[in-house]
Each structure stands twice: as C-alpha cells, then as structure tokens.
Design a protein around this ligand. Structure first.
Ligand code: ATP
Ligand code: MG
Length: 419
C-alpha cells in the first residue's frame, strides 16, 4: 500500500527538524506577542469560495471539496488565512479591542500536480496580525519571517520581493487595462494564460512562459494605477524595511494567487532558479473579514511552506539535531539498583537517555552507542562497581573518565553543560 498521491509520511528521522522549526517559530513568535491558534482542517466550502469575483487558482482548480453525509459542501482547507479570519469572527476575538497577533502551523490541501516542492497535502507556518492598517505592521511581519529564517540559518539563501497591488478599485481598473492590452496578443499567449484573460488576468503576470513573459514586459503596470494612499503605504513599508536593513527588490509583477490582498504583497524566494522557489508568501488583507460577512478588520500576514523550508534548511539543522541521548551500557549486574539510580539522576537533570536492553557484551553496547551517534555512554561493569566507580565515555573525543559513585550526580550535572 502506498500513501495517496501527493502526500507523504513524516518519519521519525525527519520529525526532529519539524519539531525544531516548531520550537524556533514558537519562541520567536512569543517574543512578538503572537499566540498560537488551531482551526479545523475542514471548513464550509463557501469560506473559500466567497461570492463572485473569486477566481483564484486555488478556488478554481485546486480545492479538495466533497459533500458530507448531511449534504453539506465541505472543503479541506487550502490555506490558513481564511480560516483564521473566520475564527476571529466566529469567536468574536476582534471585540477584545486589541491587535490580535495569531500564528498557526498545520496541513493544507491542494489538488495540484505533485512535483518537487509541490504536494497535495503540505504544511504551512503562518502568522496574521489582525486589527491594524498601519504600514509598520507590514514591516513587523516581514521582519518576523526574516528572524525565523535567520534562526534556521537560511536567510542568506533567500531574497524578498515586494509590491503594492493597491486597493480593490485600483486593481479593478488595472485589470481592465491589462485585459484590453492582453486581448491584442491573445493568440500568442500560452494556453493557461489564454484561459485566464477574462477571469484572472493578474495571474498571467507571473506566467513562466517565455513568450508570455515577453508580452507582459510591454503591458501596463499596476504601479501607474495606484492612488495616493496606496503609494504612501507602500513607501512607508519600504522605509521601515530600510531602517531594519532588510534588503528587498520591488517586483512590479508580483500579484500573488489570493484575491483578498490589498496594498502590500510580498514573497520570500530562495536564490535557486526553479518554479517552486517561493518559501513565504504574504501581504495585507483589509477586506477579507468584510467579505466573510463581518466588519472590516485590517490585517497583514504570511505563510511559509514548511516542506520547501526544510528542503533548504535540512543540512544546517542536521548538525544541531544530533542524537542527544546518553547511552547506558550495562553488564548483567549483581544488584540492579545502580541502573535506576543513574536513571533518576538523568531524569532529574532532564537529560535524554537510551538504556540498552540487549544481552550483548559491554563492548558491543559501546559500539552501538557510537553507531547511533550519541556523545556520551555510561558504562557500568561489575568489575568497576566492585571498586565503587563507573566509566563515562565521551564518544566524540574518545576520552573516558572514571567517576566514583559518590560523585556521580555531580558529574552528570557537569555533563548537562554540554547539552
Ligand atoms: P505557488 O506559486 O508556488 O503555487 P502559491 O502562491 O500557491 O505558491 P501560497 O498560497 O502563497 O502559495 O502559499 C504560501 C507558501 O506555501 C508557498 O510559498 C509555498 O512555500 C507553500 N506551498 C503552496 N502550495 C504548496 C504545495 N502544493 N506544496 C508545497 N508547498 C506549497
Ligand atoms: Mg499555488
């Protein structure tokens, strides 16, 4: 039996990377006063298919939608932002009269053609800063993304692209201008873009097709359709980024796949040249809650694709995620108490341990400790116990230390400094 196409098991040897990312995110976000939120994986389809004019790729073609036994249309969430906005409204979180900074990490589902960096079930870490229209919030969320990438040692492999996509009216006018221009070249566009001319012309801007790209280069640019407020907001975000010394590239063609964005849109991409090089996508979305039937609550956020993040951080994290268990190799001992004494001390100092249960000889057990990559092996033989000591081997240096049973706790406390 194989897993469903486009889905993957996350195996025990990979899980530590996931846990490390979770914990780095949690610590960083706590610092910025973010709280974790977990919303259901299934939602009513109309959360994502909001009325007319929502013709994104996700809604058009990629959703996992089914009818449940009660004849309701249900969708496996393709992204987190809509669910968070829904949760804010359903739980009246916005009535607490403060800015709500929320983060999540969980699986998302999109019916796409599986390939490198593209799965049908994948995971996103996302943050949403809900309740402010201020440009400094846009800069803060971008900074947080950079902080997380920095802690994962991969920010130097990435770059930030940013754009302003204006407000709804400006974008509507631009759409008309763009459609008019593209119609002239309709037959020369790639097949996908031809289909998008009427329903989603903005998405044509990030077509990867060479010929389409050429046509786009001469197309009207959104920048020229922006009003004063949009330009002011954008300039302020850029100024904050300058203060923060975060480098960015203004990409006039960056529009993002989701329809509810306004003003700021940004992506963090790896410097690799492939089509799946975007790790983080985000922007401002001031109208989403209104589209969901609530009041207008301005917000800004981003989502990072964890699988893509792992593909660029794996090597950096591997060294950190070495096997941190202390191996315990014992002979068949006359009295068993000593084993439990050792374990109690290790527990007390919160040191992970791995007691070898086999009947193997001590030397085989020490060999095993080496194989599993631990730094330290506690070797307990009857011969040494008769003289009231045991041996601690530092496997990374090959050194070993005789430790008297009386000093054992003191020595383990010292070991703790190395973990
Ligand atoms: P793309 O243009 O690559 O399809 P997108 O615009 O659809 O990306 P978003 O909706 O902005 O992506 O999602 C944010 C991030 O989630 C992406 O930058 C990417 O890292 C990740 N992501 C999106 N779709 C997938 C997928 N099918 N498999 C793995 N990761 C994904
Ligand atoms: Mg996509």
């Amino acid at each position: 039996m194989q897993p469903i196409r486009g889905t993957k098991d996350i195996l025990p040897n990979e899980i530590e990377i996931w846990q490390a990312i979770y914990s780095i995110a949690q610590n960083t976000l706590k610092n910025y006063n973010y709280s974790e939120i977990r919303t259901p994986i299934i939602e009513n389809t109309n959360l994502f298919e909001r009325g007319v004019g929502n013709f994104t790729d996700i809604v058009n073609r990629e959703m996992y939608t089914f009818t449940d036994r009660g004849n309701r249309s249900i969708t496996l969430r393709p992204e987190g932002t809509s669910s968070i906005a829904r949760a804010v409204l359903s739980n009246k979180i916005h009535l607490n009269n403060k800015i709500n900074r929320l983060w999540y990490l969980g699986p998302m589902f999109r019916y796409e053609r599986p390939q490198k960096g593209r799965q049908r079930q994948f995971h996103q870490l996302g943050i949403e800063c809900v309740g402010t229209e201020k440009s400094i919030a846009d800069a803060e969320v971008i900074k947080i993304a950079y902080e997380i990438l920095k802690k994962l040692n991969c920010e130097q492999n990435c770059h930030l692209e940013i754009n302003s996509i204006g407000n709804m009216e400006e974008r509507e006018l631009y759409k008309q201008g763009l459609t008019k221009y593209l119609k002239k070249y309709e037959s020369e566009l790639d097949k996908n873009s031809q289909k998008r001319i009427c329903d989603n012309p903005l998405r044509i801007l990030d077509s990867k097709n060479e010929k389409t790209q050429q046509i786009i280069r001469e197309a009207p640019v959104l920048k020229n359709y922006l009003g004063e407020l949009s330009i002011k907001h954008f300039n302020e975000v850029c100024e904050h980024l300058n203060c923060l010394d975060i480098k960015y590239e203004i990409n006039n063609y960056l529009v993002r796949g989701l329809d509810y964005y306004n003003y700021t849109a940004f992506e963090i991409k790896t410097n690799e040249k492939n089509n799946q090089n975007t790790i983080c996508g985000g922007g401002r979305y001031d109208y989403l809650t209104k589209q969901l039937g609530g009041p207008e609550i301005p917000a800004v956020g981003w989502a990072i694709g964890i699988e893509r993040l792992i593909s660029i951080t794996k090597d950096q994290l591997k060294t950190r995620i070495e096997n941190k268990a202390i191996y315990i190799a014992t002979e068949d001992l006359e009295t068993k108490n000593i084993i439990w004494d050792i374990i109690h001390i290790l527990e007390k100092y919160k040191l992970k341990f791995d007691l070898d249960f086999t009947n193997n000889s001590i030397s085989k057990k020490v060999k095993k400790a080496n194989q599993v990559g631990t730094k330290i092996c506690i070797v307990v033989s009857q011969h040494d116990l008769n003289d009231d000591y045991l041996v601690i081997r530092w496997l990374n240096t090959g050194k070993q230390q005789k430790v008297s049973l009386l000093n054992l706790e003191e020595y383990i406390k010292y070991i703790k400094n190395f973990f």
